[in-house]
Design a protein around this ligand. Sequence first.
Ligand code: ATP
Ligand code: MG
Length: 427
Amino acid sequence: DHPALRAALPVLLTLEAAGFEAVFVGGCVRDVLARRPVTDVDIATAARPEQVQRLFARTVPTGLQHGTVTVLHEGASYEVTTFRAEREYERHRRPADVVYIDVLERDLCRRDFTINAMAMRADGSVVDPFRGQSDLASGVIRAVGIARERFTEDALRMLRGLRFAAQYGAGPRPIHPDTWRALLECRMLLRHIALERVGTELDKMTAGRRPDAAWRMVLHSELLAHAAEPNAWPEQLHCAASGRERVLDLLGEHELLGGLAGADSRWAALSLASGLDARQARAWFRALRYSGARIRARSDLVAFHLDWIGSREPVEARWAEQTVRYGRATAAAWLALARACEPLAPAGPDELEALQTQLAHMPAVSLDELAVDGRDLMRLHGHKGGPWLQRQLHALLLAVASGSVRNTAEALLRHASELDEREGETT
Ligand code: ATP
Ligand code: MG
């Protein structure tokens, strides 16, 4: 009865009509039962990949070695994976080759947590051999089978567990005691996991529901002390170093992250709370293999904040200068950060309000928005270009951004000739 599943139903029915058992499986079943938005609909089937490919007009061989074929149907795409049991795990990572089995239940028992190990048939009936529905209802994250074995097979599951605990857990102990104990015992295995995958998982946690709860559990578990490239991690986040209590306090008392929209601001807040400077934050985000654009957005926000609190310039000039240096988007993101994170906030609400107004009326923050260009200034002064030109353009830009000169050719040229006389350094 869910729109996302209903849209995918013809794929299930096609497989069944051809004589193959087929079910919805994993995250989509969990989210339908939890009444959460469904992101992707995954299907598991007894049909082999080649059989799936033959049954549908449009397919993509996304992961044939894992038994996965993507089926395109009415503008949506579905991953259809053959029931499988994994043979053995190499070095605590998921293996490359798999053996196919015909039994749905064996497919479910290779999955990580009970809430992720449910399937739903075309008629809406739920296949739930590990009591995932009951765990979902009471907000308990519990490994399928013996937790220690599951974390030993694939150490990334520990981080996934913390993420699901934040997002689906309830109460003060959302992780089942056996699963939690196993997680603490298996922590050191995290070093086998590529930091890129750790980074992806942490990013999902940070961007998702209840990021503060997720990070509190990350800190309490001290899991990150065992991640690869230990030098990349802020000490405050990975072990009981001094400063950790403060971060925990900010995440607990103050809901540091939850009030912020978007992962970039949350990562910046986390870096600031941990006492990182912009260079350290950048190194951390690089180690987690985030994209250049994400690294830049996140570390610029950290740099913006630290510049702001370190500056003695008058507020308006400082705001103009930093907005010109970092751009409007970063200035706006910093305002949102300063508003939402009271303990980090360097200014009261009235001051932030004034900055907001100033930003909204800033007519130019980059040279291409300025009403004059280099050629106008060369003509005005009768000089060839040189270092003076960049300096003067920048001075004009700051004057416009801080509101002291209007962004018109006339006003700017008048101001430029005054600058020229005062400084006498255009040659
Ligand atoms: P989300 O999409 O919100 O990250 P999800 O549970 O759908 O959550 P996916 O990574 O999309 O996670 O995986 C789909 C399903 O595959 C999971 O629900 C789970 O059953 C299984 N799965 C994924 N990763 C693992 C893993 N590392 N170990 C065991 N099972 C896994
Ligand atoms: Mg998913």
